[in-house]
Ligand binder design. Structure first.
Ligand code: ACO
Length: 401
């Protein structure tokens, strides 16, 4: 019953919604989140079932194309990813231009954007096949670029991808193999990594996804749009939170700060409890529950013990029995346990947001494509409440002091 044409012409009224907490910026059929019930569905399938039954590549296919692939479709997609895993030699040279201390997130976003320079035919997508090719390049190459950004930072030679390896195993190989010693990741590590990627694959209109849609709404190409998503993910309130959790747990341990005292300082607003709270989940974050179990399983199966997990558990229990956190509905989010998993896999902290970006890539692509296919899509252009000076005359320089 709403006359949309009329609403568009009515520009007199502006909704003031800082942080867009109550603004629906689009309609979308990709991911459903119910914060009160702690539910997360990709294309209608509950995250718990996807985590149990699907690989990351199946999940990526589901998110991007909207349905679970058949065996043949999955095989075809996996073959395309394998064909696209190498980087153009020209792109390889881009890595020489970055200083070795350059942050891998900066390298990742720059090189992903540069893919467009090497595939100018994919800047304007005119067919489904072209889209599939662009998707395969991005989903496949992102892990090569990420692993090479890491190798660059530690001054080790790049490892080329091995086409006989699965997506996650291949990534771990490019990260940790050395020329005379191929890293054969244990199955538990491969499974934990796959789970990490699956649980990060999409989360509807979060900051980075909205950024991708915002940039895409100008009809910018897919490479540029997802590269902007990587930048938006970088901050410690979003993709940087898992690294901030590890920093926090390390500080507590190294400085021997009693957990109770730390919680009091959080309540006094000296700092936030990283890995806690979520704009949408006000009961529990289903991803954090899956990752909590995965962190324990991984440590147990690999025979490792991480004292930071003990601190995390102590901190979690203290927060969850404190009124400050209960009243504000602050529960552990996906980042509270994911850092423990990444550490156990041997991933250094500055690579944590990069790992998030690899996992989130299918979601960004799916949202970009949803807008791309929507004939009614308009450029995103929020309004503001102006609080600056009223109209005033310019005093020429020769009359100013
Ligand atoms: N620790 C302590 N207090 C908190 C925390 C926290 N982690 N998060 C929110 N609060 C408090 C705020 O101080 C505020 O208290 P007040 O009402 O007394 O002023 C209240 O809870 C509401 O906080 P907002 O900032 O309004 O909540 P918002 O929805 O804007 O923020 C966010 C959500 C950014 C996730 C926040 O909870 C936070 O900063 N968490 C820590 C960082 C983090 O873990 N980020 C990862 C998010 S998940 C993701 O990106 C995958």
């Amino acid at each position: 019953g709403i006359d949309i044409t009329r609403l568009r012409q009515d520009t007199g009224l502006i909704t003031y919604d800082p942080g867009f907490g109550n603004t629906g910026s689009c309609s979308s059929s990709v991911t459903f989140v119910n914060g009160e019930e702690g539910a997360l569905h990709y294309r209608g399938y509950p995250i718990e079932e996807i985590a149990e039954h699907c690989s990351f590549i199946e999940t990526a296919y589901l998110l991007i194309f909207g349905y679970l692939p058949t065996r043949d479709q999955l095989q075809h997609f996996s073959t395309l990813l394998t064909e696209q895993e190498l980087l153009h030699e020209g792109l390889r040279h881009h890595f020489d231009g970055f200083p070795s201390q350059g942050h891998p997130m900066a390298i990742l976003s720059a090189v992903i954007n540069s893919l467009g320079c090497y595939h100018p035919d994919l800047l304007e997508l005119e067919s489904k096949d072209q889209f599939l090719l662009a998707v395969s390049k991005i989903i496949s190459k992102v892990r090569t670029i990420a692993a090479w950004a890491y190798r660059k930072s530690i001054g080790r030679p790049f490892m080329y991808p091995n086409p006989s390896l699965s997506y996650c195993r291949n990534f771990l190989h490019m990260m940790f193999s050395i020329p005379n010693k191929i890293y054969d990741a244990p199955q538990e590590a491969v499974r934990a990594l796959s789970l990490f990627f699956i649980l990060h694959a999409d989360h509807e209109q979060n900051c980075s996804c909205s950024t991708v849609r915002m940039v895409g709404s100008t009809q910018a190409n897919l490479f540029a749009s997802v590269s902007a998503g990587i930048c938006a993910l970088w901050g410690k309130l979003h993709g940087g939170a898992n690294a901030a959790v590890i920093d926090m747990l390390t500080t507590i341990r190294e400085q021997d700060i009693p957990v109770k005292e730390y919680i009091e300082r959080v309540k006094n607003k000296e700092f936030r409890l990283m890995g806690f709270g979520h704009r949408i989940y006000k009961n529990f974050d289903p991803r954090s529950q899956i990752l909590r179990k995965a962190a324990y399983d991984l440590l147990e199966k690999t025979g490792n013990h991480d004292p930071l997990l003990d601190t995390a558990m102590e901190l979690g229990e203290a927060a969850l029995s404190d009124d400050y956190f209960l009243e504000r509905k602050l529960y552990p989010n996906v980042d509270f346990y994911s850092g423990i998993i990444l550490r156990t896999l041997g991933i250094p902290v500055n690579m944590f947001p990069v790992m998030f970006a690899i996992g989130r890539m299918p979601g960004w692509v799916a949202h970009w494509y949803e807008d791309f296919q929507n004939p009614a899509m308009r450029i995103h252009r929020p309004r503001q409440i102006y609080t600056g000076a009223r109209r005033r005359p310019v005093v020429p320089m020769n009359k100013r002091k």
